[in-house]
Ligand binder design. Structure first.
Ligand code: NDP
Ligand code: PYC
Length: 339
């Protein structure tokens, strides 16, 4: 028999998320910005970073880790660089406070960067790169996490699950977007397998003894693997360097130490880059856009799909029918406020 589910409208997911966070003392502006991201995740059926994340947000709040009323501070570092100090609050409001500067700088000079520092980070990156692509820009985003992932050929965790996201603007269409962890899967996906009592595929993780495991609980106690062997491993290192060392923030190792065993969502920085295809392309920009579309057509016309195509289809369905979430998750979320 299929697992029991509950149907919620997008407005209900948003309200439930915001109310839960405010109930636990989070400043309303933070609660609203997080509720927007959680609702978008659930709407697009990104289950590891939808409503499920409310549980870890509340955990971080209850453990006294997050600054509940942190006011992000925006610094205009240079014509290309904007920095936002999140002051140990959640990352979403800091992104919202900095993104307009990033966009206007990239539109003015062709390329710009937004460094977010000192933020608790739990969310998917695609809402952020999509926001930048909506302004006609190409975008990259990356962030470390906690050191859960062994480098290829090694035995001890060094890297975080370190997601990287990219968006390319497509006028009149959804942008081309990919967003994935540089580990074989997001840690949240392993947690969801544990909640559902399901095995994980071999190749995702090792147990505490360093042996491949299909048991999600053992995987969470052990270590995760990078995707694509040495290739994912090197990309993960790049993210530690660019979105950690380069922006003067913690790498996944320091984030793990800063956590002091509390096991809350990681605290570190994030790097976002925006590029103007119009300015880079100059007289050839229109031709570049045409060639990009021809490439997308040559992918989809042979039956392959673009990354994010599943998400955009889920988005359309959710707008019409709302979202369906496991009843067990719904009960756990209600229990956060004692309901
Ligand atoms: P996946 O391995 O599922 O990869 C997701 C990406 O690959 C999506 O863009 C997805 O598009 C695309 N994709 C999947 N299958 C195909 C296919 N057959 N053909 C083309 N494209 C495909 O996700 P992960 O588990 O690696 O990551 C999930 C989320 O977790 C990400 O959003 C990431 O940002 C987030 N995360 C956040 C972290 C943080 O610290 N904040 C840490 C780690 C992960 P589609 O969505 O349409 O399926
Ligand atoms: O799923 O790996 C993950 C993750 C880490 C921080 C937020 N999500």
């Amino acid at each position: 028999m299929a697992d029991a589910t509950v149907n919620l409208s997008l407005a209900q997911v948003h309200q439930l998320s915001a109310d839960t966070l405010i109930h636990h003392g989070l400043a309303p502006e933070h609660a609203q910005s997080i509720a927007r991201v959680i609702t978008a995740g659930q709407r697009d059926e990104c289950n590891s970073h939808g409503l499920y994340r409310l549980i870890s947000c509340v955990d971080a709040i209850r453990k006294g880790k997050v600054a509940l009323g942190a006011v992000p501070e925006v610094e205009d570092v240079s014509p290309a660089i904007t920095r936002v100090d999140a002051r140990f609050g959640f990352s979403q409001l800091a992104f919202e406070r900095g993104v307009e500067c990033l966009i206007s700088k990239a539109q003015a000079i062709g390329i710009a960067a937004l460094a977010i520092n000192n933020c608790y980070h739990f969310s998917a990156l695609w809402p952020e790169v999509e926001r930048i692509a909506d302004a006609g820009l190409a975008a990259l985003a990356m962030t470390p996490s906690h050191s859960w992932v062994v480098p290829a050929g090694g035995t001890k965790p060094v890297y975080g699950t370190n997601p990287i996201a990219f968006a390319w603007p497509r006028p009149g269409k959804h942008p081309y977007v990919f967003d994935f962890a540089t580990s074989a899967t997001a840690r949240g996906e392993i947690e969801l397998h544990r909640r559902a009592g399901k095995k994980i595929p071999l190749g995702w993780a090792l147990d505490a003894g360093g042996q491949p495991t299909e048991d999600p609980q053992e995987a969470l106690r052990g270590a995760m693997l990078a995707f694509g062997g040495h290739k994912g491993s090197a990309l993960s290192a790049m993210i530690e360097l660019m979105a950690g060392a380069m922006i003067g923030d913690m790498l996944s190792k320091q984030s793990q130490e800063f956590d002091e065993g509390a096991q809350v969502t990681p605290c570190h920085g994030e790097l976002l880059l925006a590029f103007s295809p119009k300015m880079f392309g100059g007289a050839g920009a229109a031709l570049g856009a045409e060639r990009a579309e021809a490439m997308f057509d040559s992918i989809t016309s042979q039956g392959a799909r673009l990354p994010s195509q599943r998400r955009f289809e889920a988005r359309r369905r959710s707008a019409e029918h709302g979202v369906s979430i496991p009843e067990a998750l719904y009960k756990d979320v209600l229990a956060l406020t004692g309901c």
